[in-house]
Design a protein around this ligand. Structure first.
Ligand SMILES: Cc1cc2nc3c(=O)[nH]c(=O)nc-3n(C[C@H](O)[C@H](O)[C@H](O)COP(=O)(O)OP(=O)(O)OC[C@H]3O[C@@H](n4cnc5c(N)ncnc54)[C@H](O)[C@@H]3O)c2cc1C
Length: 445
């Protein structure tokens, strides 16, 4: 049956594209995977673009379905909570789960991509064309044009799927043909990677946690790597008096970190060099509609709905897309003209929900996590989760440790807050009544 199916083109051999190729090959489709870059397994990582990801249940669920979870987790480090670093004083650990034993997993995006590429290319029917940058697409015919080191190359496919990331060329082509509208909301924040190398052969910080330095208008995080280093990501406005643009000289960089992140400089000997030479990445939310054209061209992952990284969900959400598209193909008996619209119908509200939660989490991470009120609130939340198992579940647990659809997470958390609000109001009324009775009794005496 495999030979009978038409070839599907997947543009972008990133995280979503490679996983999608695996799922499609499993369905018996021949797959052509086109990637603008050279084979990452033979090249070097671009400076300051290593990125390690927090992989959680949604991503793992997708990997489990192709038997890749164990291999991927072997290269990952579990992080059971946040370690919050104040400007002065000792760092404080905040567990992610009520039980304290659930973890999100730090993994290098490159290592994950390579594992997925290996898995895809090991499957019969998957071929990868590296150094192929899509520059043209006729959505009506599926004819594609690629720029390659040898010049322009044409190819065609019955279905073209754009898994080519936030700046998707496939989305750009649909836009150019007037088949789609999009909105790109960039933050005035960017990000820069810095490194904490191993210290005396060991981790310089606790490797069990995601480290956060919340500083109100800026924030830094650090995730552990298997080589015992940490990759730090500094989030800061791109322009203005306190911004990436405001630190010109090595002395200014040293002064800034000594004042705002005093525990970092002793652990980061290459801080100034990293800061001066690593690029500033942009952050934003991509929205577009529709996600498909004529059942022949489709978008998924960041190409359809890139989000800011503050909930650690972009890749997890992209992997969940692949699972849902596979499910839609099942339900539509591989009729792409039915499956692609159904996929959008199922996923768009969820993508919007996590886009909003990710933006809201930026405020939580850069500001609230440091406040005693927030910390007390988390403790109450964990106590409620232990007291009402399965009935009260925090937003963080639902997003990171379950596959509850994101839009349902929002509704459920709202419901829980309403109930808690009513209980608190009832308790307050009872208390006020009791106090009133006591006062009246006192007056009568
Ligand atoms: C700083 C930062 C931290 C993050 N942290 C997390 C996290 O903790 N957890 C999490 O789940 N997510 C995280 N993310 C998000 C995550 O990286 C993305 O959501 C994920 O990579 C999306 O996968 P994708 O396959 O859709 O796109 P991408 O990974 O961007 O892959 C797109 C691929 O398409 C290729 N391509 C692009 N254009 C073309 C073209 N014209 N022709 C051919 N190929 C092309 C690219 O080279 C690339 O290989 C983070 C992102 C950032 C920026």
């Amino acid at each position: 049956m495999t030979e009978e199916r038409d070839e599907i083109a997947v543009v972008g051999a990133g995280l979503a594209g490679c996983l999608l190729a695996c799922f499609l090959a499993r369905r018996g489709y021949p797959v052509a995977l086109y990637e603008r870059r050279p084979d990452p397994r033979t090249g070097t990582v671009e400076r300051g673009r290593s990125i390690n990801l927090a992989l959680s249940e949604r991503g793992l669920d997708a990997l489990r379905r192709i038997g890749l979870d164990g291999q991927v987790l072997a290269d990952a480090l579990p992080m059971r909570g946040r370690m919050v670093h104040p400007v002065s004083g000792e760092p404080q650990f905040q567990s992610y789960s009520a039980s304290g034993d659930r973890a999100i997993n730090s993994i290098s995006r490159g290592a994950l991509n390579n594992a997925l590429l290996d898995a895809a290319t090991a499957l019969p029917g998957v071929r990868v064309a590296f150094d192929h940058r899509l520059v043209g697409l006729d959505p009506a015919t599926g004819e594609m044009t690629f720029e390659t080191p040898q010049g322009k190359v044409a190819a065609t496919a019955s279905v073209v799927l754009g898994a080519d990331g936030a700046g998707s060329a496939v989305r750009g082509q649909l836009l150019a043909y007037g088949l789609l509208t999009e909105s790109l909301d960039f933050l005035d924040y960017g990000y820069k990677e810095l490194t904490i190398p191993p210290l005396g052969g060991d981790f310089a910080l606790d490797p069990d946690a995601l480290h956060i330095w919340p500083r109100g208008t800026s924030m830094m995080i650090a995730l552990p790597n298997p080589d015992r280093s940490f990759t730090c990501t500094l989030f800061w406005p791109t322009h203005g008096t306190a911004s990436f643009a405001s630190l010109g000289s090595p002395a200014a960089i040293e002064r800034h970190f000594a004042e705002h992140y005093p525990d970092l400089p002793p652990l980061a000997p290459n801080l100034v060099d990293d800061y001066q030479h690593n690029p500033v990445g942009v952050l934003g939310t991509v929205r577009c509609t529709p996600w498909q054209a004529d059942g022949r061209v489709g978008l998924l992952g960041d190409a359809a709905h890139a989000i800011v990284p503050f909930y650690g969900q972009g890749a997890n959400c992209a992997f969940e897309d692949v699972v849902e598209l596979d499910r839609c193909l099942d339900e539509c008996a591989d009729d792409w003209s039915a499956a692609l619209p159904l996929f959008q119908q199922r996923r768009q509200a969820n993508a919007e929900a996590i886009a909003r939660m990710a933006l809201a989490n930026f405020v939580e991470m850069r500001d609230k996590v440091a406040s005693p009120l927030f910390q007390a609130g988390r403790k109450v939340e964990h106590a409620l989760e232990r007291a009402l198992p399965g009935r009260y579940v925090s937003r963080y647990e639902l997003v990171s440790f379950s596959t509850t659809p994101y839009a349902e997470v929002v509704r459920r958390v709202r419901r829980q807050h309403r109930v808690l609000g009513a209980v608190a109001a009832g308790a307050a009324a009872l208390l006020a009544g009791a106090v009133g009775v006591a006062i009246n009794r006192g007056r009568r005496r």
